[in-house]
Ligand binder design. Sequence first.
Ligand code: SAM
Ligand code: SF4
Length: 326
Amino acid sequence: MAIDRFGRQITYLRISLTDHCNLRCVYCMPEDMTFRPNAEIMQDDEILQFVRLFSKLGFTKIRLTGGEPTVRANLVNLVHEIAHTPGINSLTMTTNGVLLSKLAHLLAKAGLKRVNISLDTLDQEKFRRLTRWGKIEDVWAGIRAAEDAGLTPIKINAVIVKGYNEKDIVDLARLTQKNPWQVRYIEMMPFAGATDFQLNQVVTAEEMKACIEANLGLLEIANGGRLDGEARLYHLPGAQGDIGFISSVTQPFCAACNRARLTADGRLRLCLLREGEVDLLTPLRAGASIDELRQLIVDGIWVKPWGHGLEQGIVPLNRVMSEIGG
Ligand code: SAM
Ligand code: SF4
């Protein structure tokens, strides 16, 4: 079991499969982002060794993320191997959806259970401004393919940024009226690079909720008021889907945190918004035994921070979001 000093049992691992991406979202990375050379990134066999180790420590749930996980070579085989690792009973992915129209069926067949797809606007021009490069029709094709492949319920992640897409909050919420999707609004978080932008242009979950209610009527509490992962859930009266708010900045959910992260270069990241990490890949490559690696993980999890320090002005500067994976 991996337990921290506050008694939280950590059972959920998010693995960043690569820091590379086929988009350049303004809130995530600079346009001229430099990526790590492949040799610095965990290879398939290394990822699988870590997955086996984490599953033996009681981790049951894995989310694959990035960068963009779908740009990783040999992804379908890797998904198959992870999905069939004893002890892993939930394997999901967060993706920008651009390549899903080609991959959704293969991934579902390999054992992937669900996808979260990022979509911040319904407008092509705004989509291009936010992602710098993207074509929105690729994401729609990806969403349709994911539904068709049974990677459901579909969750749509939308980061709302002042001056970019606040006007889309209502249209995104309307998607839940006719589709059994969960549209999740995410407060922008600050990381290295674009920190000023990320701090000054946050739209809070409270503001987003007020905007939806002003336009579409009062939201009803869903899921019995319980968190779904990190999202507080609501729905519009009569809607097929749900609306979630991920208020990591203004109302963090640290008490319920059961997660740890593995960065693309094999560091165990203990809190998304704190810099503390434990290097696992260097010891693995230097020939550390399974027991030694297990001890590094257990000791690291034990000192997992309680929560972030944004209110005290502490911002993680050692990595941008795409290297950690969200
Ligand atoms: N490329 C994939 C995608 O975009 O879904 C997976 C990686 S991305 C880093 C994971 C999630 O983090 C996405 O939903 C993205 O919108 C979100 N994200 C990126 N930068 C963020 C930031 N500064 N604050 C809050 N969420 C952010
Ligand atoms: Fe790429 Fe996802 Fe970051 Fe956008 S949010 S740049 S799609 S990693």
